[in-house]
Each structure stands twice: as structure tokens, then as C-alpha cells.
Design a protein around this ligand. Structure first.
Ligand code: DGL
Length: 229
């Protein structure tokens, strides 16, 4: 019998657990190591150079300690930046999580989509390229949230998180004149693995119903939600 693979799942915090749950479903036989770099959380507040300098050697140490067969970077803020550095540095397969812009734009009826991510993710060249390659004529609004990942961590730890604080982060995603505006935003890409932890509250606090594109799901339209080598 072959030995089950070891899969290392890495995030800045607890958001990657949303991805881990799906991988465990797909590969219940595997051995998992989950690492949350909470000493450096939130990644969205760090510069690109700081993230590269932090993540590349840290993942190297983790590879040394756990000898994984595969590494999943379950963090959009890191994946949109470090994947090529990791692949150049270590001879292992890496899978990343990146904003699901292609399926969102393919399914939007109003042709107006928002991408809600950390401030880092929405600034990335990688994210801009996904939009220029896959917007398919949609109007795409990038919304960088400074606090939503921290609010998700707080809520998961059992702390009280106020609706107003979540709603304030969400509001810039909703472009248009209410639910009857035919040109309103109808699709929001959750471009951070922390945000599905708040999905029920995001739905409840939305000014009108939209489709939420969840980073945990691989799209049937072969979206680049995951970037793999
Ligand atoms: N979970 C991370 C992501 O998917 C972001 C949280 C952070 O800012 O550290 O982007």
C-alpha cells in the first residue's frame, strides 16, 4: 500500500481552514499540517517585499520540518505574490489561491462585479492581470478591506463583532442605485480565505442580494481560483 501524502496548508491565520476543509474532503487519506503565521497577521498590512522576505524562508523551514509532498498557500494576499519565488526556491508542487475573477465575470448578468480582498491583494499586478485577461467586458470594482480579515479572526475566536463594522467594509462593493438598478453589482468575489468565515453575515448585511464567489470552491469553468504547478 502506498504511503498517504503529506499536505502542508499555509495561511496568515485561520482563513486557510476554509480551504483545508475542502482539501480534507477531497483527500481524506492524506496527512495534513496546517500552519497559521499569526505572528505576522494580517498579511494585508505588509508591503510586498516584507511578505516575500517572510514567507519564502518560512515555508522553507516548514518544508524542512514536515517534508510535505505538496504545499497549499491558502492565502490570496501571499499567493498573488510569492508563488514564483516558492517554485524557484523549492522543488515541490505548490498550489495557491487567487481571486476567482474569471467565473465571476462569466456568470454576472449585470456585467458589474466587485472583488473584495485585502488591500494587498487588490493592489497586486497579478490581480490586475486577471482582470485584464478575464473581465470579459465586465466593469470590475476592486475593494481593498483593511479590517475584514481581522474581524473574521475575532468572530471565529468568539469575540463580539459588530454588524456596523462588517457592513462598513462591505459597502464599497455595492455599486448602483438599489436592487432595481439593471446596472447594479450582482456578483462579489471573496478574494480572501478569511471571508467565507463571515459569509452568513455578509449575506444578511448586503444592501441587495448578490452572488458570492467563494474562494473554497473550484469553479466548473476551470477558473484560476487555484494556481498550481
Ligand atoms: N487569508 C488571507 C487571504 O486570503 C488574508 C488575511 C491577511 O490579511 O492576513 O488573503
Amino acid at each position: 500500500m502506498s504511503t498517504p501524502p503529506t499536505i502542508l496548508v499555509f495561511d496568515s491565520g485561520l482563513g486557510g481552514l476554509t480551504v483545508l476543509r475542502e482539501i480534507v474532503r477531497a483527500r481524506p487519506d492524506a496527512h495534513f499540517v496546517y500552519v497559521a503565521d499569526d505572528a505576522f497577521f494580517p498579511y494585508g498590512h505588509h508591503t510586498e517585499d516584507e511578505i516575500i522576505a517572510r514567507v519564502v524562508p518560512l515555508v522553507g523551514e516548514l518544508i524542512g520540518a514536515h517534508a510535505p509532498d505538496l504545499v497549499v498557500i491558502a492565502c490570496n494576499t501571499a499567493s498573488t505574490l510569492v508563488m514564483s519565488h516558492l517554485r524557484d526556491a523549492y522543488p515541490l508542487p505548490f498550489v495557491g489561491t487567487v481571486p476567482a475573477i474569471k467565473p465571476a465575470c462569466a456568470s454576472s448578468k449585470t456585467r458589474r462585479v466587485s472583488v473584495l480582498g485585502t488591500r494587498g491583494t487588490v493592489k497586486r499586478e497579478y490581480t490586475r492581470k486577471l482582470i485584464s485577461d478575464f473581465a470579459q467586458g465586465c466593469e470590475v470594482t476592486l475593494v481593498g478591506s483593511g479590517e475584514l480579515a481581522s474581524l473574521a479572526e475575532a468572530a471565529l475566536s468568539g469575540l463580539q463583532v459588530r454588524d456596523e463594522d462588517i457592513a462598513a467594509e462591505l459597502a464599497p462593493c455595492f455599486i448602483g442605485d438599489g436592487a432595481s438598478d439593471p446596472a447594479r453589482t450582482d456578483t462579489i468575489v471573496l478574494a480572501c480565505t478569511h471571508y467565507p468565515l463571515l459569509l452568513e453575515r455578509l449575506r444578511r448585511l448586503a444592501p441587495w442580494p448578490v452572488d458570492w464567489i467563494d474562494p473554497r470552491r473550484r469553479s466548473p469553468a476551470a477558473s484560476p481560483t487555484c494556481s498550481a504547478r
